[in-house]
Ligand binder design. Structure first.
Ligand SMILES: [Zn+2]
Length: 261
C-alpha cells in the first residue's frame, strides 16, 4: 500500500518537475549521443539505459505509443518526434547532468529519470514539444504558459491534475487560483510564481509526511482548457495555432474560437 502510494506521488512529482524543466537547456552534450553513453535504442526515438529489464522496456514502448496516440487525437496529426532517453538508475540520470528534477529537455530531446517513466508524463511533455514545433518562434513566445500547460494537462489525462482533483480542491476548500488569476500566468516566470504561491511545488514535503499531493494550479489550467478542447476539438486547436502564426493575439484567437466552435 505504502509503496503504491509513494509511486503515485512520485509520478505526480514527475509531471510537475518535468514541466518546470521544459524550457531549460540540458547542460550535458551527452544527450546528443545517447548510444555513446550507455543508452540503447529499443524503439524509434526511444532509448533506455543498458540493463533495463524486458518488462520495463515493454512498458516504455507501450507508454510511447499511448502518448503518441494522445497527441494524435488532440492535434489531428503528430509533428514533433521527441527522442526520449530513459534512465532506470539515478547514476545514469546524474551522469547526463540530472539532479533532483525528473526530466531535462534539450530541444526535442527528453531525458527521463526513473521517477518519470509513464505515459502521462510523456504525453504531457510531448504536447509541449508538439506546440513548440507547430508555432513559429515569435508566436510560441506569445503563447500563454497557462494554456500550454492546461493543454498538456488535458492531453496527458494525469489523475493528479484531473477534474476529479479540481473538485476535491473545491470540496475541501483548498486555496486555488481563480480563473482571472490563472489567465495572468502568461510567462513561465508568472506560471512558476503561481505554482509556488499555491503550493503545487510542495508535493515532495507532502509525500514525506504521508499526505496526498495537491496541484491547484495545474488542476486549474486543466479545468480551463479541458472543456474548451472538448468543445472545439483538434480543428479548433489547430485554428488557434494557425491564427497565432499569422500574428493574431492569443486572447483574440482563443476567444473567437470559443464563440464559434
Ligand atoms: Zn508542462
Amino acid at each position: 500500500m505504502i509503496r503504491l502510494r509513494t509511486l503515485t506521488l512520485l509520478l505526480s512529482l514527475a509531471l510537475l518537475s518535468g514541466c518546470g524543466m521544459l524550457h531549460s537547456v540540458a547542460q550535458s552534450g551527452k544527450l546528443l549521443a545517447p548510444e555513446r553513453f550507455g543508452l540503447i535504442p529499443i524503439a524509434p526515438h526511444l532509448y533506455v539505459e543498458a540493463g533495463t529489464d524486458e518488462a520495463t522496456r515493454d512498458r516504455l514502448r507501450a507508454d510511447m505509443d499511448r502518448a503518441e496516440a494522445a497527441i494524435l487525437k488532440a492535434y489531428g496529426s503528430v509533428s514533433a518526434r521527441p527522442t526520449v532517453q530513459a534512465c532506470i538508475t539515478e547514476n545514469c540520470y546524474a551522469s547526463f547532468g540530472g539532479r533532483d528534477e525528473v526530466a531535462k529537455v534539450f530541444g526535442q530531446r527528453i531525458l527521463l529519470s526513473q521517477r518519470g517513466l509513464n505515459w502521462h508524463f510523456l504525453a504531457h511533455e510531448w504536447s509541449h514539444a508538439e506546440m513548440s514545433t507547430r508555432l513559429r518562434l515569435l508566436a510560441w513566445k506569445r503563447m500563454p504558459q497557462w494554456f500550454d500547460e492546461g493543454l498538456a494537462v488535458t492531453i496527458s489525462e494525469a489523475p493528479e491534475h484531473s477534474e476529479n482533483h479540481w473538485q476535491f480542491l473545491i470540496s475541501t476548500d483548498i486555496p486555488r487560483p481563480t480563473r482571472d488569476e490563472l489567465l495572468t500566468y502568461q510567462s513561465l516566470q508568472q506560471w512558476l510564481a503561481g505554482v509556488h504561491r499555491f503550493g503545487d511545488d510542495k508535493n515532495f514535503e507532502r509525500v514525506a509526511q504521508g499526505q496526498p499531493t495537491l496541484s491547484p494550479v495545474y488542476a486549474a489550467a486543466g479545468h480551463e482548457v479541458r472543456p474548451w478542447l472538448a468543445q472545439v476539438g483538434s480543428q479548433g486547436l489547430l485554428q488557434v495555432i494557425q491564427r497565432m502564426n499569422k500574428g493574431m493575439d492569443f486572447e483574440a484567437a482563443y476567444a473567437n474560437q470559443k464563440q464559434t466552435p
